[in-house]
Design a binder for this molecule. Sequence first.
Ligand code: GLC
Length: 442
Amino acid sequence: MKTAFRKSFLLATLCGGLLMGQAQTVSADYTPTAENLQARREFADSKFGIFLHWGIYSLFAQGEWYMTNANLSKDEYAKAADAFYPHRFDAKAWVSAIKAAGAKYICFTTRHHDGFSMWNTQYSDYNIMNTPYGRDILQQLADECHLQGIRLHLYYSHIDWTRDDYPMGRTGRGTGKDPRLANWDSYYDFMNNQLRELLTNYGEVGAIWFDGHWDRDQDSIPFDWQLGPQYELIHQLQPACLVGNNHHLSPFPGEDIQIFERDVPGENKAGLSGQSVADLPLETCQTMNGMWGYKVADQNYKSTPELIHLLVRTAAKGANLLLNIGPQPNGELPAAALQRLQEIGAWTRANGKAIYGTRAGGIAQGDTIVSTRRGETLYLHVLDPSLTQLQVNIPARVREVRSFPDGRPLKYMFRRNCLTLDLDIPEDCIDYIIEVRCGGLD
Ligand code: GLC
């Protein structure tokens, strides 16, 4: 590693970073390789991924934060590992259902904040091999993803509510960790050893998706996550592997994508996405119901039209949607999630061309008309079927206007850059798409 170039400095430009204790060792000299840049483009083209939050927390059926929310003793909680036997887990069924939905990648929680590893790691006994199930979940999933040609991204928690060596942050305070045993060097080595395993033993990894940086945002003494060398390690092991970090801040050097939690880029309805939008491939993660990990009480699933609108609105911002499912403790994806995957699949098969490989269209009227773009072709997505007329400004010449995907020519008026056309949209149309072929679009 080029330690000579490593710089430790305060990222004070990150709004309030100094006050919030965001000292960082970052790699100031990161230049992405050609294969990394190619991977970024492919990622930006792919538009749709499925997030899977699965671990022993699923057994409690209270979401993945149950341990800290209920201040459970880490030792009592760990007994769940001895009951983890997901006898219906079928990697082929998962990957097939996800692929049929039109998703191009899967992001899997290898180790969440509770500290349990879902793969055969030699760096912690608290792992899937030491459950009655005793088989490497990640291996099965990775093999199936590679077989079916769907990319595998790995979620990896920076924080740990179980290990004593992870210095106590603002969460996981009631789990019985011994603060006297905090040892950042030991924990840091542990993480990097695990990352080396993940990037060596499971074939091509599309991205490492970090989470938990915000655990130190109330530290009085700035905490240095030493992200620079960690990111360097990842890029050394797999140069095309994209690094993303769900820190809710502007990207740090060494990151290849920017993540937004529960909001499309540029919106901040959930309160976690106030950061500015960077010139990197973007991803918005969102839940299908309300929780990431399986929660028995949460049957509040978003409807298929809502999810498709979310996918379209996200693509219209130039971002990918990483849509979450919390698999059940028995290893199955919930029926409500499977049904939505199927319905989304029917939609993406018919309309995918207006999403995949596109970039932000730049033309929008609130949430009812948004747009994607490929070269000189604009796709206007009308998300409200009750609209009877469309009137948008197009900063180019308009050559052809057709309904999509059937290609039927539409009558329109185009005067002084204003495109006007009458609409007669069937009531049950989720997204009425108009294809506009332009000339001279910027
Ligand atoms: C938040 C939650 C975490 C979840 C993640 C997914 O950071 O703390 O549980 O995995 O969001 O975006």
